[in-house]
Design a protein around this ligand. Structure first.
Ligand code: SF4
Ligand code: SF4
Length: 151
């Protein structure tokens, strides 16, 4: 991860923490196959920009060999197509799909300033982190003891 990306990530984390928010993903998969086309791949928290980095990653995780580079995004990130994608948008190797496919869509997409594909049945938003708010309230005994208990 470049220093600039690291700073951006930390700033986004800080913003969420300050607002007591968390990333929420809702919706369901419509099996359109859009997320399997024009894929950008992140390895170790860093979106791949160079073929050399991809070759190294695929040596360590051979499940990545199914991906083929076919271009770059405007920002210079490598774009991949997947040889396991059927014409009807389904996966021909669903049982053995790589971890990045299993965990899609993950909150890390938001944290790394990525987006969901157009038309995806999922949506990403930030909402109040009620778990965190509750934890803070539980930790703050004064706040709890100040509560009004009706007779
Ligand atoms: S883009 Fe979204 S709706 Fe389409 S296959 Fe991928 S996860 Fe499912
Ligand atoms: S392995 Fe399957 S789920 Fe993953 S990108 Fe390829 S077609 Fe899609």
């Amino acid at each position: 991860m470049s220093f600039l990306d690291y700073i951006r990530l930390q700033y986004r984390k800080w913003q969420l923490k300050k607002k007591r928010q968390t990333v929420v993903i809702r919706g369901s998969c419509q099996m359109c196959g859009q997320c399997c086309r024009g894929i950008c791949i992140s390895v170790g928290g860093k979106w791949l920009k160079r073929e050399r980095a991809f070759v190294k990653a695929a040596t360590e995780d051979t499940s990545l060999l199914r991906f083929k580079i076919f271009g770059k995004t405007e920002e210079g990130y490598l774009k991949f197509s997947c040889t396991s994608l059927n014409e009807n948008g389904t996966c021909s190797d669903y049982e053995n799909r790589p971890q990045l496919c299993r965990s899609f869509p993950a909150p890390s997409i938001f944290m790394q300033f990525g987006e969901l594909p157009k038309g995806c049945g999922f949506r990403m938003s930030t909402e109040i982190d009620f778990e965190q708010v509750l934890k803070e309230a539980m930790d703050n005994k004064e706040e709890i003891s100040a509560g009004h208990i009706p007779d």
